[in-house]
Design a protein around this ligand. Structure first.
Ligand code: SAM
Length: 241
């Protein structure tokens, strides 16, 4: 059954409810087009547009209905809105899963020279998408969704996911932009993925993300097929493990 609560949370986390007002400073195109083109006066709690939130919701529904065991994690949280929507979903379905929020909480770091993939365009971005942990905590509190099932993994994923404190993961939403961060995130999370679980790649529009995922699949000889939910500038790609 369609939940009015979840429909409303989706519209709040991405500023849809402010459409047409100065505080949103967004036009309708934003909700179905690239969110990184947002004017800086528009600060939603997530960069996910309506289609991306719908994909996330459908995948959570699938995991819930199929009873895929494990927690949820987002790697690359920014202001927390996608995780807030995940928590709202778990609350709506009275689910006991935990959510892990992995981020530097100080923006996108510059890549090291560790990998062969050089000159990541992400390293030239002026905007590093900084948001600190206190900000994210405050957002969770405002929605009334902060509890002891929300966990923060603060720091670069090259450190925080080496020996992570979680056990099984049913859903991983990756949104860390660079080749290096995607590679480190996959190396850290993949061994914890439950069979039937899902990894969403928010940045499939970036060469760095596609290359990191393809290299990871090749390196580990995985027989997995990338699936696409909708095409276009910010088409969501995902894998069922
Ligand atoms: C584009 S934002 C994520 C947007 C967010 N998922 C949303 O729904 O709005 C990218 C985030 O990834 C984080 N990030 C990038 N590289 C990282 C790394 N190596 N380790 C931890 N966090 C990283 C940044 O700090 C930033 O918060």
């Amino acid at each position: 059954m369609k939940s009015l609560y979840l429909e409303l949370v989706k519209k709040v986390v991405n500023n849809y409810i402010y459409l047409g007002t100065n505080s949103a400073a967004c036009d309708r195109e934003y909700y179905s087009y690239p969110s990184w083109l947002l004017p800086r006066t528009c600060l939603p709690h997530t960069l996910c547009n309506d289609q991306q939130l719908l994909v996330l919701e459908k995948i959570m529904e699938y995991i819930h209905l199929e009873k895929i065991e494990g927690d949820f994690i987002e790697v690359g949280v920014w202001r927390g809105g996608a995780c807030i929507f995940m928590k709202a979903f778990l609350k709506e379905y009275d689910s006991k899963r935990d959510i892990w929020l992995a981020d530097t909480f100080s923006g996108i770091p510059i890549s090291s020279n560790k990998y062969e993939y050089k000159e990541d365009v992400v390293d030239n971005w002026k905007d590093r998408w900084e948001a600190n942990k206190e900000e994210v905590l405050t957002h969770f509190e405002r929605y009334g969704l902060l509890d002891n099932r929300i966990h923060f993994l603060e720091g670069d994923v090259s450190n925080t996911l080496i020996s992570p404190p979680f056990n099984k993961i049913a859903l991983a939403r990756l949104d860390v932009d660079s080749y290096e961060s995607y590679t480190n995130a996959l190396e850290g999370i993949f061994p914890h993925m439950t069979k039937g679980g899902c990894i969403i790649f928010d940045d499939w529009h970036l060469d760095s993300c596609q290359k990191a995922v393809e290299d990871f699949i090749k390196k580990h000889n995985l027989e997995l097929t990338i699936q696409h939910e909708f095409m276009g500038a910010q088409g969501e790609a995902f894998l069922i493990v």
